[in-house]
Unconditional design. Structure first.
Length: 432
């Protein structure tokens, strides 16, 4: 028993940190839902969805790339020069692509017109661009911290400090009698994100030298190709997560979008265990795959997935039972998202049951195949939203998410079984 607990200590720490992260982020989002009208909250949520997709494009796959490379090449023991080259390459690359992403987001905002994010004021639209730039730069530094298994640094500044700062500023405005609308909320969000970025950068660079080094042309080209492959995976994953909110911004009113955004906030709480499992096992998965130690990998994945799935079942039951009362507390308008919330938490349970499918595909070098599956899933998601939302409203978006989650998890699970002979699911069975 003691040996088993020691193996799970990293998962436990990640779970604790992820719980703190989700608690802080959920509290900030729920506080805004409580004090903002549903229409304003819908605009705010739609804007953050645009930021989420654009910042992933700006990050250019560097977070996962650094997570994989630093973890596979020694974690904290990685050679100093290699670490500096990785960080320098990633920061310069991100700055270039982030500026392109800001321009792309501006085109998307103009396309929406006066609905969703398009209802923001002129200054707030500029703030959206600032958020994209900040979150793009945060990505590579988080990747280094994850690869070095510095869980507190990887999650603390962006996952805990930022939402807590946002909460403090929102409460201060509320207590001062200042009306918190979508424009003000987005501006406060940017300020908190800048502080989080500063803390994260200092934490990653302090004690290891502040200078950046750029790799030789051959290495640079290899890294650019690797990041580009990971970019498609990351973009497809985020698009799958955000496409429902973005489509609702086009298809329904802001009040309905706000109700759905609140439902997704609660559904995200159910994903805590799988995320913690990925953070705690990511670096070790990369190491074992590189060494060909498949047996160790299978045992760790099976144990972690079963623990995560068991905890997720408990969370699903709690959210299912409590959701009507909780949504009613926020206001009767938010009850429109009750059925959507229940469908979304079932989707999260399915996702956890299949385990670390995405992580294993990326770590095994199958990101090109994975990106194709995810892009195909995103396309199906968009089509299903166009078909179901006009008929079922926000429930249609949730059903589309459930269907797509099941399909791409099955495809990824089969691919993993065939390529690296690992069962990523809660069953965890692979014949020798």
């Amino acid at each position: 028993m003691a040996r088993w607990l020691i193996k799970l200590r990293g998962f436990g720490l990640s779970l604790l940190l992820r719980a703190a992260t989700l608690a802080a982020m959920a509290f900030s989002g729920l506080l805004l839902a409580k004090i903002m009208p549903p229409e304003q909250y819908g605009i705010y949520g739609h804007a953050l969805s645009i930021v989420g997709i654009a910042s992933i494009l700006g990050a250019f796959g560097t977070e996962t790339f650094l997570f994989r490379e630093v973890g596979a090449k020694g974690g904290r023991a990685i050679r100093f020069q290699l670490r500096q080259e990785l960080v320098g390459f990633s920061v310069i690359t991100v700055l270039a692509f982030a500026l392109c992403s800001v321009s792309l987001a501006n085109i998307m905002i103009q396309t929406v017109g006066e609905r969703g994010v398009g209802a923001l004021g002129g200054a707030a639209k500029l703030v959206v661009g600032g958020l994209i730039l900040v979150f793009s730069i945060i990505a590579p530094f988080k990747g280094v911290a994850k690869g070095e298994q510095r869980f507190l640094l990887a999650q603390g500044p962006d996952g805990v400090l930022r939402p807590l700062l946002l909460v403090a500023m929102v409460v201060a405005c509320w207590q001062s009698g200042i009306q918190v609308d979508a424009d003000l909320a987005i501006s406060l969000y940017l300020f908190a994100a800048v502080i989080a970025l500063a803390v994260l950068c200092v934490g990653v660079l302090a004690g290891r030298g502040m200078s950046f080094q750029y790799p030789d042309p051959s290495t640079r080209n290899q890294w650019i190709f690797a990041c580009a492959s990971l970019l498609f995976v990351a973009a497809a994953m985020v698009l799958n997560r955000q496409v429902d909110v973005i489509m609702l911004g086009f298809l329904v009113d802001e009040s309905s979008t706000g109700a759905y955004v609140l439902a997704t906030r609660f559904a995200d709480l159910v994903a805590i265990t799988l995320t913690a499992l990925g953070i705690s096992h990511g670096a070790r998965c990369a190491k074992w795959l590189k060494r060909g130690e498949i047996t160790k990998l299978q045992i760790a994945i099976k144990t972690g997935t079963r623990v995560a799935f068991s905890l997720t079942i408990i969370l699903v039951v709690i959210v299912w039972v409590a959701s009507p009362y909780v949504l009613a507390w926020f206001g009767s308008s938010y009850l429109n998202g009750l059925d959507s919330l229940r469908v979304l938490i079932v989707a999260q349970l399915i996702n956890t049951g299949f385990g670390l499918t995405g992580l294993l595909l990326i770590m095994s070098g199958a990101q090109a195949w994975y990106s194709k599956v995810l892009m195909f899933s995103a396309t199906i998601n968009i089509v299903l939203n166009l078909i179901l939302v006009p008929k079922l409203g926000v429930l249609g978006a949730a059903v589309a998410t459930l269907v797509v989650t099941l399909l791409w998890n099955i495809a990824a699970w089969v691919r993993i079984r065939r390529t690296i002979a690992v069962d990523s699911s809660v069953v965890g069975y692979c014949p020798a």
